[in-house]
Design a protein around this ligand. Structure first.
Ligand code: CU
Length: 159
């Protein structure tokens, strides 16, 4: 191999390397994991569950407050905020929601738009597509300070 060809290849390698690094993601980046399963795949079939968020006097609630799904099932949550305040729907383990709720008490301006959590302004609607890949009991909750305590949490049983 001639020296000229070698230097051309070397330059090509140097040009390509940063692209390869960018593809691998920034250093220290970890793929996000979720305690209640994984984000859904819009190409695959899903069962729709309508979930309403509302206030009732001093209470704040989700309707229904308990749902059952089969392991591996994909659910399209149609989330509807029928209340006069902002609300959130965050799907996780009870433990994770508790931890997360404490973080939000310290950072009340924190808002969610994640694969497992959405914030809805009053009288708005959105969707969340989720696949329940683990058996057990999980929770959906509103982690806006004071709302969980006012009753805004519910249970997902994955059989
Ligand atoms: Cu709320």
């Amino acid at each position: 191999m001639g020296t000229y060809l070698k230097s051309v290849l070397l330059i090509a390698t140097l040009i390509n390397l940063p692209a390869a690094w960018a593809g691998a993601g920034p250093p220290g980046h970890h793929h996000e994991t979720f305690s209640a399963g994984e984000p859904g795949d819009a190409e695959k079939p899903a069962r729709t569950i309508k979930m309403t968020m509302l206030e009732d006097g001093k209470k704040m609630l989700f309707k229904p407050a308990r749902i059952e799904v089969k392991r591996g099932e994909q659910i399209r949550f149609v989330l509807q905020n029928d209340g006069t305040e902002n609300h959130e729907f965050v799907l996780a383990s009870v433990k994770e929601n508790k931890k997360h709720g404490l973080v939000m008490k310290k950072n009340p301006q924190m808002e969610h738009d994640d694969p497992n959590g959405k914030r809805l302004s009053p009288f708005s609607e959105t969707e969340l597509l989720w696949r329940f890949t683990k058996r057990g009991e999980f929770e959906f909750a509103c982690l806006i300070p004071g709302h969980y305590e006012a009753g805004m949490h519910g249970v997902v049983i994955v059989k």
